[in-house]
Design a protein around this ligand. Structure first.
Ligand code: MN
Length: 318
C-alpha cells in the first residue's frame, strides 16, 4: 500500500521503537538516508536503531553513527531506505519480510516491494532527497552535520550531479543544504577526488582488460587480479565512473569477482540505453543510467560469456 506523506508521519508518530535498514553493500545514498532518518527519528524522541549487515566502507565513516548487525526483534516499526528489491535486504530479508509493520522509503522506478507500506518518489535523484523532504515536513531542524550527510547521498547517487537522474530539484535541494552549512568540498573530495596507491594499481589492471564491442565496453576483474595486488574488493572497487568516462562508449559493464566464484556487474549508460533492462535480464536492477547485479555465482569467464551474449542481444534490440 502506498502512503502519503501525512500517513507516513502518522505511522512514525505512533511508533516508539523503530529500526532503520538500508540495502546491503550500502553506497553513499543508502548510508546517508539511513543515518539521517535515524537522526530525524531520535529528534522526535523515538527509540531508534540503524541496522547494517557489516561495517561500511571507511570513506563513509564521517556519516556513520551507532548501528547493530543483528535483527532487532522488539520494534514496532521497521523502515527500509533506498531498498529497491527484497534481495537488497541481504541477510535481513527473511526477518524483515516476516514483520507486519514495515515501511519502505525509496526512489527507484524499477522495483519490487518488500514492505507492507511504501513511500515512493521515483522521480527523485536520491533517497537522501526524500529523507530531507520528510525532515522538512516534520519540521526537524537540520544542522550543518546533518546537511553534510544529506548532501553526501545526493552527490553520491547523482555522481556529483553528472548522472541523468540529476534534475532541478536535486540542484535546488543542494543549494538549500549549502545554506544549512553542508561541507560540500569535504564531501566531494572524499567521494570523488581521493585515491590510494593500491587503487591506482587496480586501475592499471582494469586498463589492461578493456574489451570494446561496438559502442560498449566490458571490463572484468577476477578475484586473482584483486589478490595479486593485495586489494580487498570489500573495501570498495569504485571503478565504474572511471571506466565509463570514455567518449563514444555508450554502455559500460564492469564485472568483478569479489570473492571466489561470486561476481557483481555494474552498468552505466549515456542516455542512449536503459541499462536497468539489461541488469534485470541478469537478475539485477537499478536506474536507466546506472544499474547492477550481484551474487552471480560461478566462474567469472562463464559469467563474462553470458554478459557478452546479453549485451550483443541488447544493443541489437535497442
Ligand atoms: Mn539511492
Amino acid at each position: 500500500m502506498n502512503l502519503t506523506i501525512n500517513q507516513l508521519k502518522k505511522k512514525i508518530k505512533t511508533a516508539k521503537n523503530i529500526a532503520v535498514f538500508c540495502h546491503s553493500r550500502p553506497d553513499a545514498d543508502a548510508l546517508s538516508s539511513m543515518f539521517v532518518m535515524v537522526g530525524i527519528l531520535r529528534k522526535l524522541n523515538k527509540n531508534c536503531i540503524a541496522v547494517l549487515e557489516e561495517e561500511p566502507k571507511k570513506k563513509y565513516d564521517f556519516m556513520i553513527g551507532e548501528f547493530q548487525t543483528e535483527f532487532p526483534k522488539s520494534c514496532d516499526l521497521y523502515i527500509s531506505v533506498d531498498v529497491a528489491g527484497k534481495n537488497m535486504l541481504g541477510k535481513f530479508e527473511k526477518e524483515f519480510l516476516e514483520q507486519t509493520n514495515t515501511i519502505e522509503i525509496d526512489h527507484h522506478h524499477n522495483r519490487d516491494s518488500s514492505a507492507n507500506f511504501t513511500y515512493l518518489e521515483d522521480n527523485t535523484s536520491s533517497c537522501a532527497e526524500i529523507v530531507y523532504k520528510i525532515a522538512k515536513f516534520l519540521k526537524i531542524k537540520i544542522d550543518s552535520k546533518l546537511s553534510t550527510i544529506i548532501y553526501t547521498g545526493l552527490a553520491g547517487d547523482t555522481g556529483c550531479f553528472l548522472h541523468e537522474n540529476t534534475n532541478s530539484q536535486s540542484h535546488k535541494i543542494a543549494c538549500e543544504l549549502i545554506d544549512l552549512g553542508a561541507d560540500i568540498s569535504f564531501v566531494n573530495r572524499r567521494l570523488f577526488k581521493s585515491n590510494t596507491k593500491n587503487k591506482l594499481k587496480l586501475i592499471e589492471i582494469a586498463l589492461s582488460k578493456f574489451e570494446y564491442y561496438k559502442d560498449t565496453l566490458i571490463v572484468d576483474i577476477s578475484y586473482n587480479d584483486f589478490k595479486s595486488i593485495g586489494y580487498n574488493p570489500n573495501d570498495g572497487v569504485d571503478l565504474i565512473d572511471f571506466v565509463s568516462s570514455i567518449d563514444g562508449v555508450n554502455l559500460t559493464a564492469l564485472l568483478t569477482e569479489r570473492s571466489p566464484n561470486n561476481c557483481s556487474i555494474s552498468f552505466r549508460s549515456s542516455n542512449k540505453y536503459d541499462v536497468s533492462i539489461l541488469a534485470s535480464k541478469l537478475g539485477g536492477g537499478g536506474h536507466k543510467g546506472a544499474s547492477g547485479c550481484k551474487d552471480l555465482k560461478g566462474d567469472i569467464s562463464e559469467i563474462k560469456k553470458k554478459l557478452q551474449k546479453e549485451i550483443k542481444l541488447f544493443i541489437k534490440e535497442n
